[in-house]
Structures are given as structure tokens and as C-alpha cells.
Design a protein around this ligand. Structure first.
Ligand SMILES: Nc1ncnc2c1ncn2[C@@H]1O[C@H](COP(=O)(O)OP(=O)(O)OP(=O)(O)O)[C@@H](O)[C@H]1O
Length: 598
């Protein structure tokens, strides 16, 4: 199900950046604002220059000394304050960026379901925040620069007014400059949104080109050049919107500068004429020339200021959007009921409709299945039939569009999801390779239990994986992963550790095994599943249900119930014998595979 999250407004986004920066270090925050003071001092310089020139020409010593002292002090202070301010700004920058990273990571980790991890809208926003290194820290940088430029501009306008009010006519140029700035900011924002998915694609292709996993496949297929070409195209597609936006922005900026130059030239001509006629002092004229430069800078900086402010707001908005996405997800899961201690009747899917976030077509449309208490159920079916999705919705990984999953008639949504998951356990084909010690890599499957030798060895035994110990020179305390100076394991060995991890919880209410044995040979898988089904039968007094997803039909004859899925629906359901007798799809595929093994 796709979440609909309202776009956050400007005010909360700015507040987020300001409050996060303040919280990241109050003193550093205040010190970094010294840069603003230095900018204000700099804007006073034309006044001091005017005093000096007038003092010299009119032989007014007080004016000369005051102007010179003002210039000397402001120059010294400007440099000092700037130095201290920039130094602290860098610190705050890093801290704010780190705080945002942490906040997004934490929020993503605490989100109860997996919807956001496969939702393109979520991933695109995350991409725009993370692809430009330090974009989140830059939000504070943008804030300080915005304050710098704004305060500098305001003081320059006041100084210009004091020197000669006519200079303020130039402020009129600031109007088209501000409009142009708005337009450039919207181009930049559109470019970020447009390039987000190409950015993700280029990162994905770079990972394919630079990681060990796909390396042999690419080399054997001779596909490296092709993938590199695709990566190039993706990088170009990612950069193109930025380059276009920046070129249009520069063109507009140059136009504004030309307008400014024309207007500035006209005003200066007017003032020079006045000076020649003796209506204006030379000191004032010199100060006007100096302030004209500052006014040009301020007018040009309007473009930057608006861009920087817009950038800061965009960062704030995206972070808030991601936060709200997470909050909404948490708010949707209000179930607080305790997980049952045993299952009496079973788990049922009732008219379940489910669409992956961003997908156009529903994977399940009114799916109903009854999984009886204490049963070991095998789920088979072609690729894309919906087997893994079934496992995912049973463990509450995604929100349903409609329908419900009920445990003894109680909707899963009324239970505390964390408790339901604590009562479940699982092993998956795309299992994680935790490069810890073997003990920790297995023990993480049940954090409530101390991973003593006895406990971990029992889990290994239940997973029929005891022989993996042969590959571990220091037994359970062997460090895994050559990158950490530990041992390297084969794909099958990693998979067996993952199954053992899934077996850490002794008697879960729901045990899902989603093709965890694909790297094992059929005989081992068969033996493992038979043994497991036997053990499950012996300990089924808590009504625990085991769901095994597999492509190997030979494995499933020991199951109490076989569910054959096709195109998101149940095509056949029954025991192995019933389905063989029905002589349908199952019987046909079973016979085909059996013939293949003979
Ligand atoms: N993240 C996703 N976003 C959109 N659609 C998805 C996503 N994951 C799976 N699907 C779609 O849902 C359908 C069921 O996929 P599922 O992974 O459940 O199939 P499966 O039976 O487990 O397949 P396999 O045997 O290949 O593992 C497929 O049509 C697939 O394209």
C-alpha cells in the first residue's frame, strides 16, 4: 500500500533546520553567527571611505581620523570574525548533517513495516538528501549564508540611502532579481526531483560494477563494458537536469547584471554631473561609487540568497516528509494486544488485497487462505506467483489495501506488531550475512536468549547445519568474513547459518522458511524439511504454524498441507496425496520434477 504524505510547509521546514542546528551545539551556533556581524561591518565600509575622502578634501581632521579608524577596525574585525565564524560553521555543519543522518536512519529503522524500503517516492527523496554529500549539513550552511546576504543587503541599502537617496533607485533592480531567483530555485528543485531516480540507478550500477558479488557473472558474460556504458548514461541522465538548470540560471543572472550595470551607470552619470556642477561633494561621490559595487553584490546575491534559502527549505521539507512517512506508519499500527501464547484454530487470510508501494497492479486481490494451527504448510508455485509476498504479509511486513490477517479470529492489526514478530521466526533466501562471530551471527535470531554453546548448538542441530562447525577453526567464536580477518564461508554455509538463526526461537507461533534452502542440494533440503516437519509435529502443542516456501516439489510431501499459488491466488490446496489424486497442476509439476531426478 502506498502512503500518502502531505508535503510539509516552508515554516516547519525552516524551523527544523534552525532547531536542529541550535540543538547540535548552542555556543557553536551563536559563534557561527559572528560571520553575519562581519558581513554587516563590511557593508559599512563605503561610509568610512566617504568620511576619509571628505576629511582629506575639506581638511576636517576629525572626519579623516574617524573614517580611517572605522576602516582599520572594521577590516581587522571583519577578518577575525569571519575566521572564527567560518570555523564554527563547519563544525555545526558536520554535526547537523550527522544529526539528520541519524534521525533518518533511526526513523527508517523504527518504521514498523517495510513499505518505505520498496516505495519509490520514499527512496527518491532519500536519494536527493544523500546523493549530494553532506546535503543535510549544507542546510545549516545555507541558513548562515542566507542570513549573511540578507543582513549585508539591508545594511548596504541603509548606507546607500545615507550617502544619497537616489542610489536606492537601484533597489528596483532587486525586484526582477528576486523574481529571477525564485525561477532559478524552482528550476533547481525540479532538476533534483527529475534526476533522483537516475541517481539511484547510477549508484546501483556503480555498485554492480565495483562489488565482488556480480563480478564473476559480469566477467564471464563479458558484460562489464555494457554495464559501464549504462552507468555512464545513468550518470549523464542524473547530471543533465542540473546542468540545464544551472545554465538557465547563469543566463538569467547575466541578464540581471546587465540591467544593473545600465541602471547603475545612469545613476552614477547623474551624480557625476551634480558633482561637476558643485551640487555634490567628492567624498559623497567616492562613497557612492564604492556602495554601487556593494549594491551590485547585494543585488546579485539575491539570486544566491534565494537559491540557498530554497535549498535549505527543500532539505528541511524532505527530512520532514521522511519523518512524517515514518510517523504515519507508526500511527497506523495502533495494535497493542499481546501475541497469543498458543494458536488454537489457525491463521487466516480474509479477502486480502495488497499492492506493493508504487506498483500499478495488486499482487493479491481478495486472497483467502486458512492455515490450520500446528500445521506444516508448503507453499509452491511459479516465479512471481506471490509466495514471498504471502510470507511478508503474514509477518506484518506490509500494510494491506483491504482484508485482514487473523490469528484465531483476531486481526493482526489489533496486535502489537513487535510482539507478533517476537513470537515468529524466519529464514529467507535473501538472508543477511552477518560478519560477526558465528555465535553472534546465529544468536541474533533470539536476543532474549543468552547464546550459550548449548543454545546455539541446538539451533544448528535443528537447522541440520552442525557440519558447518567444521569450517570454523575457533568453533562458535570464529570471526566470519575475510574482510575482518575471519573465515570465508560458501553460499550454502552462509545459508545454513541463516537457517540456524531462524531456529533460535525454540517454538515460535509462526515459522516462515522462504526458500532458505535454495543453495542446498535437494537431498539435504529434503532431509532438513522432513526432520523439521517431524520435530514440528512433536512440539505442536502451542499450535505453531510452519510455512515453507520452496520450488522443490520433492521436499513438500512431508507437509500437512500444500498450497499451490498462481498469479497471486490459490490455484490448489490440499495434502500431497489429495493433490496427486486430483491430477492437477501440482501432480503434473511433481511428476515432472520427480522424472528429472531419476
Ligand atoms: N517490491 C516490489 N514492488 C512491486 N512489485 C513487487 C515487489 N516485489 C514483488 N512484486 C511483484 O509481486 C508479485 C509476487 O512476487 P513474489 O516475490 O511474492 O513472488 P514469488 O512467488 O515469491 O516468486 P519467486 O518464486 O520468484 O520468489 C510479482 O508479480 C512481483 O513482480
Amino acid at each position: 500500500m502506498s502512503a500518502t504524505v502531505a508535503e510539509p510547509g516552508v515554516r516547519p521546514s525552516v524551523w527544523l533546520v534552525v532547531s536542529s542546528s541550535w540543538r547540535s551545539g548552542r555556543l557553536a551556533f551563536l559563534i557561527s553567527l559572528l560571520e553575519v556581524v562581519s558581513r554587516v561591518l563590511q557593508s559599512l565600509n563605503p561610509l568610512f571611505v566617504g568620511f576619509v575622502v571628505t576629511g582629506v578634501i575639506e581638511h576636517r581632521l576629525g572626519l579623516l581620523v574617524g573614517g580611517a579608524a572605522g576602516l582599520a577596525c572594521s577590516q581587522g574585525l571583519i577578518f577575525l570574525l569571519m575566521l572564527i565564524g567560518v570555523h564554527e560553521r563547519m563544525h555545526v555543519n558536520d554535526r547537523v548533517g550527522f544529526a539528520f543522518d541519524q534521525c533518518i536512519g533511526r526513523r527508517s529503522g523504527l518504521t514498523p513495516t517495510m513499505d518505505h524500503l520498496v516505495d519509490p517516492a520514499y527512496q527518491d527523496r532519500l536519494q536527493t538528501l544523500t546523493e549530494r554529500q553532506g546535503a543535510m549539513g549544507m542546510a545549516f550552511q545555507s541558513l548562515v549564508n542566507t542570513l549573511n546576504n540578507l543582513s549585508g543587503a539591508v545594511v548596504t541599502f541603509v548606507v546607500a540611502f545615507l550617502i544619497d537617496p537616489r542610489l536606492l533607485l537601484l533597489v528596483l533592480v532587486a525586484v526582477p532579481a528576486a523574481l529571477a531567483a525564485q525561477r532559478t530555485a524552482s528550476w533547481e528543485s525540479a532538476a533534483e526531483a527529475e534526476s533522483a531516480s537516475s541517481g539511484r540507478l547510477s549508484e546501483h550500477l556503480m555498485k554492480v560494477l565495483t562489488s565482488a558479488g556480480p563480478a564473476s557473472e559480469l566477467r564471464v558474460m563479458g558484460a562489464r563494458a555494457r554495464i559501464a556504458e549504462r552507468a555512464d548514461r545513468a550518470v549523464r541522465a542524473w547530471r543533465a537536469p542540473y546542468v540545464r538548470a544551472s545554465a538557465r540560471g547563469s543566463a538569467l543572472n547575466s541578464l540581471i547584471s546587465l540591467v544593473y550595470l545600465g541602471a547603475g551607470g545612469a545613476i552614477l552619470w547623474w551624480m557625476v554631473d551634480d558633482a561637476l556642477r558643485g551640487r555634490l561633494g567628492v567624498g559623497t561621490l567616492v562613497a557612492a561609487v564604492v556602495v554601487l559595487g556593494d549594491l551590485r553584490d547585494s543585488s546579485e546575491s539575491m539570486l544566491w540568497t534565494t537559491n540557498l534559502a530554497a535549498r535549505m527549505i527543500r532539505v528541511g521539507r524532505r527530512v520532514l516528509w521522511l519523518e512524517r512517512y515514518g510517523e504515519q506508519s507508526v500511527a497506523r499500527h495502533t495494535g497493542s494486544g499481546a501475541a497469543p501464547s498458543r494458536i488454537e484454530r489457525g491463521i487466516s487470510l480474509r479477502d486480502v488485497t495488497f499492492t506493493y508501494p508504487g506498483a500499478k497492479k495488486a499482487t493479491f486481490q481478495g486472497l483467502s487462505i486458512d492455515l490450520p494451527a500446528g500445521a506444516t504448510i508448503a507453499v509452491v508455485g511459479e516465479n512471481g506467483a506471490g509466495k514471498s509476498t504471502l510470507v511478508n504479509v503474514l509477518t506484518g511486513m506490509y500494510d494491506l489495501d483491504a482484508g485482514s490477517i487473523e490469528i484465531d479470529g483476531r486481526p493482526l492489526t489489533t496486535l502489537d506488531l513487535a510482539q507478533w514478530r517476537a513470537a515468529s521466526s524466519g529464514a529467507f533466501q535473501d538472508h543477511a550475512r552477518f560478519e560477526f562471530t558465528a555465535r553472534d551471527a546465529i544468536g541474533i535470531g533470539d536476543l532474549q536468549t543468552e547464546p550459550t554453546d548449548a543454545v546455539v548448538l541446538a539451533a544448528l542441530a535443528r537447522a541440520a547445519a552442525t557440519d558447518v562447525l567444521r569450517a570454523l577453526p575457533d568453533g562458535l567464536d570464529t570471526q566470519l568474513g575475510p574482510e575482518w580477518g575471519g573465515v570465508g564461508l560458501s553460499g550454502g554455509q552462509w545459508q545454513r547459518l541463516a537457517i540456524a538463526r531462524g531456529m533460535m526461537r525454540g517454538r515460535p507461533l509462526l515459522q516462515v522458511l522462504d526458500e532458505p534452502t535454495s543453495a542446498l542440494d535437494p537431498a539435504t533440503e529434503h532431509a532438513l524439511f522432513d526432520g523439521y516437519a517431524d520435530a514440528a509435529r512433536r512440539t505442536r502443542d502451542n499450535g505453531g504454524i510452519t510455512v515453507l516456501v520452496t520450488h522443490r516439489f520433492s521436499t513438500v510431501s512431508a507437509a500437512d498441507l500444500v498450497v499451490v499459488m498462481a498469479d497471486g491466488a490459490v490455484a490448489e490446496i490440499g495434502t500431497h496425496d489429495e493433490l496427486m489424486a486430483a491430477d492437477g497442476t501440482y501432480a503434473h509439476l511433481y511428476s515432472l520434477q520427480a522424472a528429472g531426478y531419476h
